[in-house]
Each structure stands twice: as structure tokens, then as C-alpha cells.
Design a protein. Structure first.
Lengths: 214, 128
């Protein structure tokens, strides 16, 4: 047990020293390569702590190598746009001028629900009030509101998502399919499959985003 | 920039340590394998010259005993324990003049040394 105690201390001190050496950010701000590094290190470090049959160097050498490579890669990414793009990816504009950018969302495998959720987390009630929503390489979303944004009462409830009626939302806002089809008819939309997103706010204002041609 | 250079230096240091460690383990393993391969391979050969077998076994045991701690820095303890058991069996079989156990232990020890050497060397098989 004493050996495990000492091994844990050694691994802990080395990990702290190496993490300080890389000078990296908090978990929520990790880039892809940093996230992979964090996963790998946690796995490698735990093995010799709990298994007395593994030499300490089996953790110290890979941890040192991984963190050195991470520092080298980070440095090179500041010098080369190609390496930066490869390691970190690039920001993606998912809403532009109040309209979801469907092609970019598909590329990011981001669903409409994900987008609405991210916007709500940024206190944004609807995509219609957003000038730019940018999905950053660290997984966070930046939102820039439109200057002359249309007013939204409460929040925008998605009643049609990707051509499908969301019945529980409809009933939550006290509407039914009859009302929905009537509204679509007024908007001169006869096929709901052509609707990417239809939202209704608490003041009954309807916004429809049609699917982009592929 | 400073961190980048420090990383490069650290990486080079680790690579150098690994290269030296590999060279050391391969050299010592070869040295031990050379002695182990000169040991009698049959009970009759062992019994024909027990003093010579004992002398070689003693050299092998001393070398193993001297290097086991350095080997244990990088080689998994499972491999070390297996080789250590084989070395002890070999030593006591030679001391007791037990030909059958001696032959078995010698083969086991040679196999352990070959495996450890392969694991530590820059060999495609060991990397994969």
C-alpha cells in the first residue's frame, strides 16, 4: 500500500508539473487535440497507480511524450494555418442574418434541436434575432444579435423540425395540427416536408425556414 | 517559444533515454543469452560436467542479480518475475545436481530473456 501511495504522489506531481508546463485552459475550452490528450493521460496515469505490476516509467514516458507533442503541435498550429485547421478545425457559421445555415449545420452534424438549445443557453429566444451564430472549434457557440431584430415574445417553440411535426410542442403551446396546416396554407406551403424549421413564439408569431435545395 | 524549445529538448531527452535503455537491455540480454546458450542442453551433458555448468550458472545468476533492478525500470514486472523464477530454478537445480530441472529451467530462462529483449527492442512485432 505504501508503494501505491508513493506512486500516486509521483504521478500526481508529474501530471501537475506537465499540465502547468503546457499552460492549457479549462476543460470547457479544450480543443480536440487537447481533449484527446486529456483522455489519454488520465487513462495512462491511472494504470501504474492501481497496478503494482506496471513500472512507473510506463506512465511517465508516455505522459511526457504526449504532452511534449501537444506543446509542439500547439506551437506549430500558431505558425501554420494548415496545421491549425487540421488540429483545431475551423469556426462554422450556423446562423446568418436570422436564418439557420443548413449546409453548415449538416456538415457539423448539428440538429435543429441542438441549435435551438445552444441559442437558448445564450439567452437567445429564436434564430430569427441572430445576426451571426458561430460554432467555435472548442465546442462553444458565439452569438451576435441582429441590430434590428424582429421582436420575439417569450421563446420560439419548434413545431416543425426537418419536415416532421413536433406534436408535444404543439400541444404544449395549445395548438393543433388543424391550426398548423391552416397557418402553412396562409404561408403558401403545401408540403411540410419542405419545411426545415417552423417556430411559434408565445405571442403566436410564426417563422418558417424552408429547406435549402441540395 | 520557450515552452516549444523546452518540449523539443524534453522529447529528445526521453528519446535518448529510451534509446540508451534499449541498447543496455539488448546488450545485457545478449550477454546472458550467450551464457545461457552455452549451458548443457541434455541431462547427460549436464551430468558429464556439473562443475562447468555450475560455474556458468553462477555467472548467469550474478549477472541477472546485478541487472534485475535496472530491467525492472522499464520491463513489466510480470516478465521480470517469470525470468527471476526461471533463474532461481536454474541456480538451485545446478546446485543440487538436478539435471531434469536444470534443462527445463535453462530453456525457460532463455525464453524469458528472448521475450524481454524483443519487447524492449525497436522491432515491428513488439511495437504492434
Amino acid at each position: 500500500m505504501a508503494a501505491i501511495f508513493i506512486r500516486t504522489l509521483i504521478i500526481y506531481v508529474i501530471l501537475i508539473a506537465m499540465m502547468r508546463f503546457t499552460g492549457k485552459r479549462q476543460i470547457g475550452q479544450l480543443q480536440v487535440s487537447e481533449l484527446i490528450t486529456a483522455f489519454l493521460i488520465s487513462e495512462i496515469a491511472s494504470n501504474p497507480i492501481t497496478d503494482n505490476n506496471i513500472p512507473l516509467l510506463h506512465a511517465i514516458v508516455p505522459i511526457t511524450v504526449i504532452l511534449c507533442l501537444e506543446v509542439i503541435a500547439s506551437f506549430l498550429s500558431t505558425k501554420s494555418a494548415v496545421i491549425k485547421k487540421f488540429l483545431e478545425g475551423k469556426p462554422s457559421v450556423v446562423v446568418r442574418n436570422g436564418v439557420p445555415v443548413q449546409k453548415e449545420m449538416a456538415k457539423m452534424r448539428m440538429s435543429v434541436e441542438d441549435l435551438l438549445c445552444q441559442l437558448r443557453l445564450k439567452d437567445t429566444p429564436s434564430p430569427s434575432v441572430v445576426d451571426y451564430a458561430i460554432f467555435e472549434p472548442n465546442g462553444q457557440i458565439s452569438v451576435f444579435p441582429l441590430e434590428n431584430a424582429p421582436s420575439v415574445t417569450g421563446i420560439a417553440h419548434p413545431v416543425i423540425v426537418d419536415g416532421h411535426i413536433i406534436n408535444y410542442v404543439l400541444s404544449e403551446i395549445g395548438k393543433d395540427e388543424k391550426w398548423l396546416f391552416k397557418t402553412l396554407e396562409k404561408k403558401k406551403i403545401c408540403n411540410i416536408k419542405t419545411v426545415f424549421l417552423m417556430t411559434v413564439d408565445d405571442g403566436d408569431a410564426v417563422t418558417v425556414y424552408k429547406k435549402e435545395a441540395k | 517559444m520557450k515552452t516549444f524549445i523546452a518540449s523539443l529538448i524534453l522529447l529528445c531527452a526521453v528519446a535518448t533515454f529510451i534509446a540508451f535503455n534499449t541498447a543496455y537491455i539488448v546488450r545485457i540480454s545478449d550477454e546472458m543469452l550467450e551464457i545461457a546458450e552455452s549451458l548443457p542442453e541434455s541431462k547427460a551433458a549436464f551430468e558429464a560436467d556439473i562443475p562447468s555448468a555450475m560455474e556458468k550458472t553462477q555467472r548467469l545468476w550474478d549477472l541477472w542479480d546485478k541487472t534485475i533492478d535496472k530491467f525492472a525500470f522499464t520491463i513489466g514486472y510480470g516478465h521480470i518475475d517469470r525470468a527471476d523464477d526461471a533463474a532461481a530454478e536454474l541456480y538451485f537445480a545446478a546446485k543440487n545436481g538436478d539435471g531434469d530441472s536444470f534443462i527445463t529451467a535453462a530453456a525457460k530462462f532463455r525464453d524469458c530473456l528472448t521475450r524481454m529483449k524483443k519487447l524492449e527492442s525497436f522491432d515491428f512485432g513488439s511495437i504492434m
